[in-house]
Design a protein around this ligand. Structure first.
Ligand code: GLU
Length: 372
């Protein structure tokens, strides 16, 4: 796929950040929302299905409650989100209403992504909204989400929403016009990357913390979103939201922002879930030989390559795999942490003796393993 093929996309998820759509101390920026609504409405008229992931609830709530700094305590933040979210929705109702488009509010937490039943529920609701011709406006449910159950930032949330509705494109609109080879505010030689074919370590190094005060993410959460989207075959674009008709121009294939090429061999829904939907509950350390066997030869993880087990988890949990301190894969384990400690380093024929019963040969079967 290349940018040119973007003219064929039917279902698009757009994410807007707090810095783009709110004015500090004032709340939602009316003219910005009006332009965004007009741009999205033009694509709806062109028979595309659009969903919006919008930040800005906390920033808006702060303005309405007269708070000049971001609240520190969780209840205060959640109170600000409660006040801000309804104000934000009022602006979207007005903005999209002018174009005859109805909006529907969908508030999600990390649990709605990691729990299969809730995931399918959210998916069904979003798809029903699209069928009714309603434009879903999604945010994290900040009034109930605490760290343990949070997605945490709307870049990653937008990538999950793109998975939920099988989107054809994810666009993150922000206040910079893409990913740069250096910090454009300090380095005059820094240039915008037009296309990123694969999110390599070199690309991940290009994160300078540009997180402005009102936003949660920065370039790092945007690259995480790009990993999630492209792994499932969904292209992603990061672009400057203040660019006129930015969405229509991106969809027409114009060279705006940074385009992330989707993976040619997308992960299956099951592997996506293992890789991204569930926070890992433990960590297995392996030696270099095992890493090679898993990443280059597509093998299963056997006890013999294991050097250490961290955390407590049950069979069936998702764990992270690391070698030399670096995570390189995730997988579903066949054994509890306690059992893995007993068979760590053992040869296959020694498993039965170590456990006192015959279990699986593999600690993680290759079908349940995703190399990141
Ligand atoms: N959910 C937060 C809000 O609406 C923003 C999270 C983010 O910007 O990533 O205020």
């Amino acid at each position: 796929m290349s940018r040119v093929a973007l003219s064929r996309v039917r279902r698009v998820v757009v994410k807007v950040g707090s810095a783009l759509i709110t004015v500090p101390g004032q709340g939602p920026a009316g003219p910005v929302i009006a332009r965004l609504a007009a741009d999205m409405a033009a694509l709806v008229k062109d028979r595309r299905e659009m969903a919006l992931v919008s930040s800005g609830a906390i920033a808006t709530g702060m303005a309405r409650l007269g708070l000049s700094t971001r609240p520190r305590s969780i209840p205060d933040k959640q109170a600000a989100a409660a006040v801000g979210q309804s104000t934000l929705m009022w602006h979207y109702e007005q903005g999209f209403g002018k174009h005859g488009i109805q909006v529907g509010q969908v508030l999600l937490t990390g649990q709605d992504i990691s729990d299969r039943g809730r995931y399918l529920n959210a998916r069904n609701t979003l798809l029903a909204l699209l069928r009714f011709g309603v434009l879903p406006v999604v945010n994290e449910n900040d009034t109930v989400a605490v760290d343990e159950i949070k997605v945490g930032d709307n870049d990653n949330l937008a990538a999950h929403v793109a998975h939920l509705i099988d989107a054809d494109l994810l666009v993150l609109l922000t206040d910079v016009d893409g990913l740069y080879t250096g910090d454009p505010r300090r380095d005059p030689a820094a240039r915008r990357l037009e296309t990123v074919d694969a999110i390599t370590d070199d690309i991940l190094q290009l994160v300078f913390d540009d997180a402005s005060r009102v936003s949660v993410g920065g370039m790092s959460t945007k690259l995480q979103a790009a990993q999630k989207a492209t792994a499932s075959g969904i292209p992603m674009v990061i672009a400057r939201g203040s660019e006129p008709s930015v969405l229509q121009r991106i969809v027409s294939g114009e060279n705006l922002g940074t385009y992330f090429e989707p993976r040619a061999d997308p992960l299956t829904a099951r592997k996506l879930w293992i890789a991204f939907a569930v926070p890992p509950q433990g960590r297995l350390r392996v030696d270099a030989g095992a890493r090679k066997a898993l990443t280059e030869r597509g093998k299963s993880l056997l006890p013999s390559g294991l050097t250490d087990v961290e955390g407590e988890f049950r069979a069936g949990a998702v764990v992270s795999l690391a070698e030399g301190g670096q995570e390189f894969a995730r997988g579903l384990v066949n054994y509890d942490a306690q059992e893995i400690r007993r068979i760590r380093g053992a040869k296959t024929r020694e498993i039965e003796k170590a456990l006192g019963y015959k279990g699986f040969d593999e600690v993680i079967h290759r079908d349940n393993l995703v190399v990141l």
